[in-house]
Design a protein around this ligand. Structure first.
Ligand code: BG6
Length: 474
């Protein structure tokens, strides 16, 4: 009984939410650097408002983020102190290929990450690297219309091949594209897509998705060729849908909504388009351009494991308009009367995590990896900067218990667990610093004020004990 002794405990971040230094070391701007703080963030994220330059009167939180670009040694030391076995991080695409279409990579960018991997190795921390976490070099958006264009496959492939070769022996666990299904919900965040007049939006999104899926399969193929030891995963914004009632049409709606996300993972894990998606294209008259060789590319390189983020479940109905809604992780959802919510309206559902693990394991029969889970909350530090975040400990405890139940009672295979935002960072959906996930507090506010000082929270010591006991003591 108990979790495997090699279970990978750790934490997760993304370049754009922690690094800052967006114009340092030869890096150039990316889509994600263009997301302003405030009201317009939503429209820009959705591709409904074009913002391809920094504009007067806006604050762009990613520009400095928590300045990990200059603090990574200190941060890794803290992760090591917690006993991390794995650290999930992403590379910034435009730090390595500043324009995206450059013939040669930026050596300074490559060297920066090499330093990080070496530092992690010193502490016996395995890196889990997301090749792209919500980023596309801005030049690729301006010049090629981003992932709408098939050329993006080639640019991504060149980027993936460069990093896979360069970090051979330093990195073994890879994720090709973060929360790939977000492309359908926030097309600018997930794929640098800005809509134009007259666009058939569904067609644009699924065309971009096809390009990403082919690119992801090519990266998986290269990863295996470069080093057979490499383990490559896909990554889903997870959380299943409950029917609000037992009316059959509500259940049908829940199945359909689950499939919006499963669509991507079905292709990445099974190597071919599911029939329901092909039928959708047919019935809705969507023309998705595919090359004859694509089928073979997808079939040849399914992923080795399936990873996902989990914050909450969602509730749906065939009669959505009849119910009160709340906000989920980017997706809206009907308010589930049986669940409590976070301060941001995300519904807390640890059993939903166990159910998701079971559903995905039944469907894919591949090892799973929970690469994001955590509580975004307002923290109020005392005069020494210390936060007693018992609410976060409770959330994590319940979710880790659910994970253990899935493994120990249901027999699901789980490789590891990385808590999201192990150090406070910029929220992807809102751009806030005040929506904190960290086990480490960072002195920085929503407007960019603060010293950037790092302070351990109460959850830091709690998580350290969880890792030390391999999840026995929660
Ligand atoms: C996931 C993303 O959507 O959830 C992260 O992969 C993000 O980038 C996380 O930060 C939490 O969401 P938010 O909006 O609270 O930052």
């Amino acid at each position: 009984m108990g979790l495997d002794k090699n279970f990978l405990w750790g934490g997760a971040t993304a370049a754009n939410q922690v690094e800052g230094g967006v114009l340092e070391g030869g890096r150039k701007l990316a889509n994600i650097d263009m997301l302003p703080y405030g009201e317009d963030r939503k429209k820009v994220s959705a591709g409904e408002m074009e913002m391809l330059e920094w504009e007067e009167g806006y604050y762009y939180p990613a520009a400095e983020a928590i300045d990990m670009y200059h603090h990574y040694m200190e941060d890794i030391k803290l992760f090591a102190e917690m006993g991390f076995k794995v650290y999930r991080m992403s590379l910034s695409w435009s730090r390595i290929f500043p324009n995206g279409d450059d013939a040669e990579p930026n050596e300074e960018g490559l060297a920066f990450y090499e330093e990080i991997f070496k530092e992690l190795k010193k502490h016996d921390i395995e890196p889990l690297v997301t090749i792209t976490h919500f980023d596309v070099p801005l030049n690729l958006i301006k010049k090629y219309d981003s992932w709408r264009n098939r050329k993006l496959i080639t640019f991504y492939e060149r980027y993936a091949e460069t990093v896979l070769k360069r970090y051979k022996g330093l990195v073994k666990y890879w994720l090709t594209i973060n929360e790939i299904n977000i492309l359908l919900h926030q097309p600018f965040v997930g794929g640098g897509i800005v809509f134009k007049e007259g666009d058939n939006k569904e067609e644009v999104k699924y065309q971009a998705a096809h390009h990403q899926l082919v690119a992801s399969a090519l990266a998986t193929k290269i990863a295996h060729e470069v080093d057979p030891e490499n383990q490559v995963g896909c990554m889903l914004a997870g959380g299943n849908h409950y029917p609000f009632t037992c009316r059959p049409e509500d259940y049908q709606e829940a199945i359909n909504r689950d499939r919006e996300g499963y669509f991507f993972i079905d292709v990445q894990a099974r190597g071919k388009y599911p029939n329901y998606a092909l039928k959708k294209f047919e019935h809705e008259g969507l023309t998705i351009h595919m090359k004859p060789e694509d089928e073979q590319i997808l079939a040849a390189s399914p992923v080795d494991f399936v990873s996902f983020s989990y914050y909450s479940s969602r509730t749906v109905s065939a009669h959505e308009e009849d119910y009160e809604h709340t906000t989920g992780n980017i997706f809206g959802t009907i308010k589930n009367p049986h669940l409590l919510s976070t301060e941001w309206g995300w519904q807390i559902d640890p059993l939903g995590l166990r159910n998701s693990l079971n559903q995905m394991y039944d469907r894919y029969q591949k090892p799973l990896f929970i690469v994001e889970n955590g509580l975004g909350a307002v923290d109020v530090p005392d005069e020494n900067g210390y936060v007693e975040d018992d609410y976060r400990i409770d959330y994590l405890r319940q979710h880790i218990q659910a994970l253990k139940d899935a493994v120990e009672i249901d027999g699901v295979e789980v490789l590891g667990y990385t808590s999201w935002g192990c150090i406070d960072l910029i929220s992807a959906s809102t751009g806030q610093m005040s929506k904190r996930y960290g086990l480490i507090y960072v002195d920085r506010d929503d407007k960019g004020n603060g010293t950037m000082k790092r302070t351990k929270k109460k959850s830091f010591d709690w998580y350290k004990k969880v890792i030390a006991t391999n999840g026995e003591e929660l």
